[in-house]
Design a protein around this ligand. Structure first.
Ligand code: NAP
Length: 258
């Protein structure tokens, strides 16, 4: 193996990243491009995606911006068609777009319940529906493909007032375990990544005063993860030999107890 291969283990691969306009998705798109993948950056804010593509290109990488709302099934399918036509299909999907809107259940914040379910579950499924056929096809042709879903430590632990968000992430983790049994035999590795608190725009959308105070306290008490920390974990699992599927990755701030 040459030094070049070591430095760019994902050369020749096509990686679609949802939620690539900020936070974990943006950092992961940049890192996968550094590792040699041709990255497809998907989110709604086109100007942020264009800036990402410009940065990747300046650094010698390759990236394509596709502005789309993942809750719009037809828009995600159209994006997948472009990936098939222009890049020969995706062999990595980082299924990551999501939102966290905690609130006590008795507040009946039904719009926020719906928003989280529509994005974290239905949006995730829209991307799976659009790209899994490509992953199966490219795995057959190239020997391996990856479906990496962003879950959360909230899928495992109990966070009062985060019930709906946590339940959407429990869905993601449990779904991933099931899909692995279906897709693994077809050389598609399936992983669930479960971060603890990462400093991103996720916290900016929170409106609940109690949750905001809890987040602020935790920020003072510990050093949160950075999006790059998670990006490196994803780069690592995608760079493993095709026979190895790191199926569940829980990555926590060292100081976060639960
Ligand atoms: N930060 C944490 O502490 C933490 C911990 C565990 C898990 N997570 C999970 O990590 C994932 C990424 O979150 P983040 O922390 O990086 O937050 P973030 O900075 O807010 O990123 C969320 C991304 O999702 C995109 N997005 C939102 N709605 C969308 C839609 N309808 N269609 C397409 N894209 C959409 C956003 O872009 P646009 O607004 O441009 O569409 C943005 O790129 C989420 O699934 C989150 O639940 C985060």
């Amino acid at each position: 193996m040459t030094t070049h291969t070591f430095a760019r283990p994902l050369a020749g691969r096509v990686a679609v990243v949802t939620g690539a306009s900020s936070g974990i998705g943006e950092a992961t798109a940049e890192h996968l491009a550094e590792l040699g993948a041709h990255v497809v950056a998907l989110a709604r804010r086109a100007e942020r995606l264009d800036a990402l593509v410009a940065r990747v290109t300046r650094a010698g990488g390759r990236a394509l911006a596709l502005a789309a709302d993942v809750t719009d099934e037809a828009a995600v399918r159209a994006a997948a068609e472009r990936v098939a036509n222009e890049l020969g299909g995706a062999d990595l999907l980082f299924n990551n777009a999501g939102v966290m809107l905690p609130a006590p259940v008795e507040e009946l914040a039904t719009d926020q319940w719906r928003h989280q379910i529509d994005l974290n579950i239905t949006g995730l499924m829209n991307a799976i529906g659009a790209f899994v056929p490509q992953l199966v096809k490219t795995a057959a042709e190239r020997g391996v493909a990856d479906l990496v879903n962003t879950s959360s430590i909230a899928a495992q632990n109990i966070f009062p007032n985060f019930a709906v968000y946590s339940a959407t992430k429990a869905y993601v983790t449990h779904l991933s375990r099931h899909l692995r049994t279906e897709l693994g035999p077809k050389n598609v590795r399936v992983s669930a990544v479960e971060p603890g608190i990462v400093g991103t725009e996720l916290q900016d959308h929170v409106t609940d005063e109690g949750a905001l105070a809890w987040l602020e306290g935790s920020k003072q008490a510990m050093e949160w993860l950075t999006p790059q920390d998670v990006a490196h974990a994803i780069g690592f699992l995608a760079s493993l030999p095709p026979r190895a599927n790191l199926q569940q990755v829980t990555i926590m701030p060292t100081g976060q107890a639960s």
